[in-house]
Structures are given as C-alpha cells and as structure tokens.
Design a protein around this ligand. Structure first.
Ligand code: NAD
Length: 320
C-alpha cells in the first residue's frame, strides 16, 4: 500500500490534472464494486443514488440523518422515474428494478458491507471530516470512500480517516467524485485525488463513474478544483452586478442565457445550485488563495443569512 500511495503521489501533477477519459482504464478494480452507499439524500445524493441504481445497476444504501429528507428524496426519485416511463425513455420494469435497488436508512452502520461510498452532505468542513472519520470505522477496509465536495480539500478530508499520520492505508482510499447538478442530466464528473489517494482508488473511481454513464475528468486538489474555480467567480460576479445596479435580475440572466447559449442565466443557476453552496465555495476560494478577486458578494452573504437559499428553500433570486 505504501508503494501504491507513493506511486500515486509521484505519478500525478499538473500535466495529469486535466486528463479526460474516454476508455476503460481499470476494469479489474472497478468490477469489484458491487454495492454503493450514499450519505446525504439531498439534491446531489439522491441523483447519485438514482443514476447508480439505473445505470451501474448496483444496490444502493441511501443514508440521511433526517427522515423528512429521505422521504422527500425518494418521492423525487419516484417522480423522475415516472417521467422517464411516461416519455418512453425506460420501461416500467426497468424503473421498478432501479427503484427496488435503493434502500434508505438513518443509520451509518448500514454501510458496513458496501464496496464504495459517496458522501453528499452539506458543504461544511467539520461535518465532512466527521462523516469520513465514521466511514473509516464503519465501511469495509477495501471500500472506496468518495466525497462530492465542491471545494473542500480532499487531502484534508482523507486525513480525517485516521489519527495516525503513519497510517497510509485509510486515507489512500479517499477520493473525490464531484458530480454536476442535476446528476441525471450532466455527464461530467471531476475526479480529484488528495495527496494520499492511491492509484487503485483513483482508477476504481474513474471506472465506477463510467459505469454510471458519466464522463470523468481529473483535476488537482486545488481550491475549487476546475469546475468551480471557473464557474463560481462568474456566478458571484453576476450577484455583484445585481447589487451594484449594473443590471436587473432579468437583464443579467437574459444577456448571459441568450448571449452565451447556456440553458439558464447565472442568477437562476445560482438558485438551482443553492446559495449556501455558492457562498461556501466562494469562501474557500477566497480564504485558501487569499486573492481578493474571489471575495464573496455582500448580497450573496445576506441572502444566505436570511435563509433564502434558492430553489431548495423556495426563495432565492426568484420565488419557487
Ligand atoms: P443538500 O442540502 O440538498 O443535501 C444535503 C443532505 O445531507 C440533506 O438531505 C441533509 O439532511 C443531509 N445531511 C446533513 N447532515 C447529515 C449527516 N450528518 N448525515 C447524513 N446526512 C446529512 O445539498 P446538495 O446540494 O445535495 O450538496 C451536497 C454536496 O454536494 C455538497 O458538498 C455540495 O457542495 C456538493 N455539490 C453540490 C452541487 C449543487 O449544485 N448543489 C453540485 C456539485 C456538488
């Protein structure tokens, strides 16, 4: 394991960071993933669970600490599957089989026999590290432990799996599988290794997301990785334009939607992502780089203070 960790460490670097994968790279390792655990049944976790059940066709144990979140998530899964059946994208049998592969639970202990775990709890560093320290104790020793974090260091999350800095085994199985929202629609997934991640872990993660029908790319464990390093300053700038009166809500969304041929304008997109998530990512970019160009908009902060988190809370830049 020491050797594989060292190999992983020395074989990555900037030239590898943006490699994209179109072919199978580690069928032997990923074939061993026969079951999945997902922690957090919010918009991302539910999407990941559903796509894994449908495309990779593995049994999924979906964990949340709130029964209301589990009920809401599973109701949404039923709605998505029903829509697919009514549009004849999948058969009723395929929908029932996918839904039948997902079981829900309030107990982390139910992850004691899964091969792969993806964590999708809110973007709060202490919460993520506490979940990973529990996962290291609960999940089998061979299981890959992946995070869906948008911005928190994978190295830091991996370090939470062991209190012994000489223990290279526990953190070597931590990696990021950063899915894009909405998970059933977006094909891209960023795969990010921490300093400790082994090559086997990286390869298995790449292969597993390919089995889910996704197109993985790799990026370095740097603030915001690739997707959010580029996307979040754009969304933040749109909010600054609104708060400083450069344009109104509809003007900002309309010019970017119709001018850059994207499906939605930046304020709508920020509402869909969640304003708390956007703020958390801007805070990480700002604090970790120390660069004032990443300063979060004051209006964004105030809206999160008000509990106006976008679509998920019913109010953001628009009402839902
Ligand atoms: P969300 O708020 O919709 O869902 C989070 C879920 O985690 C909730 O159901 C909550 O009840 C549950 N939870 C909270 N504490 C928990 C605990 N201790 N144990 C188990 N479950 C717990 O959040 P989301 O938008 O799905 O984001 C989840 C993660 O995915 C975050 O790290 C976020 O940065 C990342 N992400 C989000 C997006 C996006 O567009 N929203 C995109 C990519 C990545």
């Amino acid at each position: 394991m020491l050797l594989s960790s060292l190999r992983a460490f020395t074989s990555r670097g900037p030239s590898m960071a943006s490699r994209t994968f179109s072919t199978t790279t580690a069928a032997h390792a990923a074939a061993e993933v026969k079951s999945l655990g997902v922690v957090g049944a919010g918009q991302m976790g539910l999407g990941i669970a559903l796509v894994a059940a449908q495309k990779a066709q593995v049994p999924v144990t979906l964990i949340d600490n709130s029964q209301a979140s589990l009920d809401k998530g599973l109701k949404f899964a039923d709605k998505l599957l029903e829509k697919d059946v009514s549009k004849e994208r999948i058969t009723r049998e395929a929908a029932d089989a996918a839904r039948g592969r997902i079981v829900s639970s309030l107990k982390m202990d139910d992850l004691s026999s899964v091969d792969f775990v993806i964590e999708a709890v809110p973007e709060i560093p202490d919460l993520k590290t506490s979940i990973f320290s529990q996962l290291a104790q609960i999940a089998p020793k061979h299981a890959i432990l992946a995070t869906n974090t948008s911005s928190i260091s994978i190295t830091k999350i991996a370090a939470a799996t062991s209190t012994d800095p000489k223990d290279l085994q526990a953190p070597s199985r931590v990696v990021s599988t950063h899915f894009m929202n909405p998970v059933p629609v977006q094909k891209g997934v960023e795969i990010i290794s921490g300093l400790q991640t082994s090559k086997d872990t990286l390869d298995t993660a790449i292969e597993f997301v390919q089995r889910m029908g996704k197109s993985p790319s790799t990026s370095a464990d740097a603030p915001g990785f690739l997707a959010n390093r580029i996307l979040m300053p754009y969304l933040n700038e749109a909010v600054i334009c609104l708060e400083t009166g450069v344009g109104g809500r509809e003007d900002i969304d309309s010019i970017m939607k119709n001018g850059t041929n994207v499906p939605m304008g930046p304020l709508t997109l920020a509402d869909f992502i969640g304003l708390d998530t956007c703020l958390a990512i801007m805070n990480v970019l700002h604090q970790e780089t120390g660069d004032s160009k990443y300063r979060p908009s004051g209006l964004l902060k105030r809206m999160v203070d008000a509990g106006w988190l976008g679509k998920k809370s019913g109010k953001g830049f628009y009402d839902y």
